[in-house]
Write a protein that binds this ligand. Structure first.
Ligand code: SF4
Length: 308
């Protein structure tokens, strides 16, 4: 029996972002994006609030919104655990002190090497993110790093490992670029199958020297692993609220694989059990002859077929 988990919700409060990463899965526009109206958010928070429930505020870049602190405060004061996802380039000292009091977990993108980070996210962005990250850690925030690995990253492996050892966040999660959103077009940033597996070597090296949580390659699985885990990962669906206010199903398997704001994602108003079963059968068909595959891409393709 499939059930909808409603203990965790992701809310895309804005589709605006100050960066223009070449591989952005969400194809975020800088200015012409959408903010979910403040009133609409608050109404949802009040309906959803119950102690122990968790909310992830994401975008775009959430600090593009002038009212972001008010949004966090309202959710926190309603008893929700509030997590945030940010690229870390717009945080002021005021934001950091506020976040240390009201936010449960901070997820921040940091690619480990200055050269790689700036090449992927824009000139001088590494410094900005690095400063915010250090300040957040000094303010005792629970900081979780999301590091994107591209083929060029392997030349800077030592720097990446040293940086994360020096920073010592709560966790580091390594991932690679999936061919969805703008990631479809940047071939030079795609990892080969061998490189995806080499990412594990970085994890091994970092694990040996650190005592915090390290995760890797969440989207790249082999067929055997998929068939073992599919019965556990499909039953958990949680809602994702998009900037245009649409509520969409979001599959969650305890942070191992994720799919996010793909505009073709069918709305939750359709029968979710039926929808998940259909998704599942399309995916099974599409991976039948593959040994390894990128989970996010297979889900994205299946969603595209479903939405036709
Ligand atoms: S990947 Fe993240 S930081 Fe980069 S443009 Fe997209 S939303 Fe912004």
């Amino acid at each position: 029996m499939l059930t909808i988990s409603i203990e965790n919700v992701n809310v895309e409060i804005t589709s605006k972002c100050n960066l223009r990463c070449a591989f952005c899965y969400a194809c975020c526009p800088m200015k012409e994006g959408i903010d979910v109206p403040f009133k609409k958010l608050n109404k949802f928070f009040s309906n959803f609030s119950k102690d122990g429930r968790r909310l992830m505020l994401t975008g775009g870049e959430i600090f593009m919104r002038g009212d972001v602190l008010k949004i966090i405060e309202n959710a926190h004061d309603l008893g929700l655990l509030v997590d945030i996802f940010t690229n870390g380039t717009l945080l002021t000292d005021k934001h950091i002190s506020f976040v240390s009091e009201k936010v449960d977990k901070v997820f921040i993108t940091h690619d480990g090497s200055e050269k790689i980070h700036n090449a992927l996210r824009g000139k001088d962005m590494f410094k900005k993110t690095q400063i915010s990250l250090k300040k957040l850690i000094s303010a005792n925030c629970n900081v979780n790093v999301q590091c994107t690995i591209v083929p060029q990253s392997f030349q800077f492996e030592d720097e990446i490992i040293q940086n994360f050892l020096d920073l010592s966040p709560q966790s580091v999660k390594f991932s690679h670029i999936s061919k969805v959103g703008m990631g479809k077009t940047c071939r030079n940033l795609w990892l080969s199958d061998e490189e995806v597996l080499s990412q594990i070597d970085i994890v091994r090296r970092l694990s040996k020297e650190s005592n915090y949580r390290i995760m890797s390659v969440p989207d790249f699985v082999n067929n055997k692993k998929y068939s073992i885990s599919e019965s556990q990962i499909f039953p958990k669906i949680m809602p994702w609220i998009m900037c245009n206010g649409d509520l969409v199903p979001y599959r969650d398997d305890s942070s191992r694989t994720k799919i996010s704001s793909i505009s073709t994602y069918p709305k939750l108003s359709v029968n979710v059990d039926e929808l998940v079963e259909k998704l599942h059968s399309i995916m099974r068909r599409n991976i039948r002859h593959k040994e390894y595959f990128d989970y996010m891409e297979v889900v994205s393709d299946a969603i595209g077929e479903l939405a036709k």
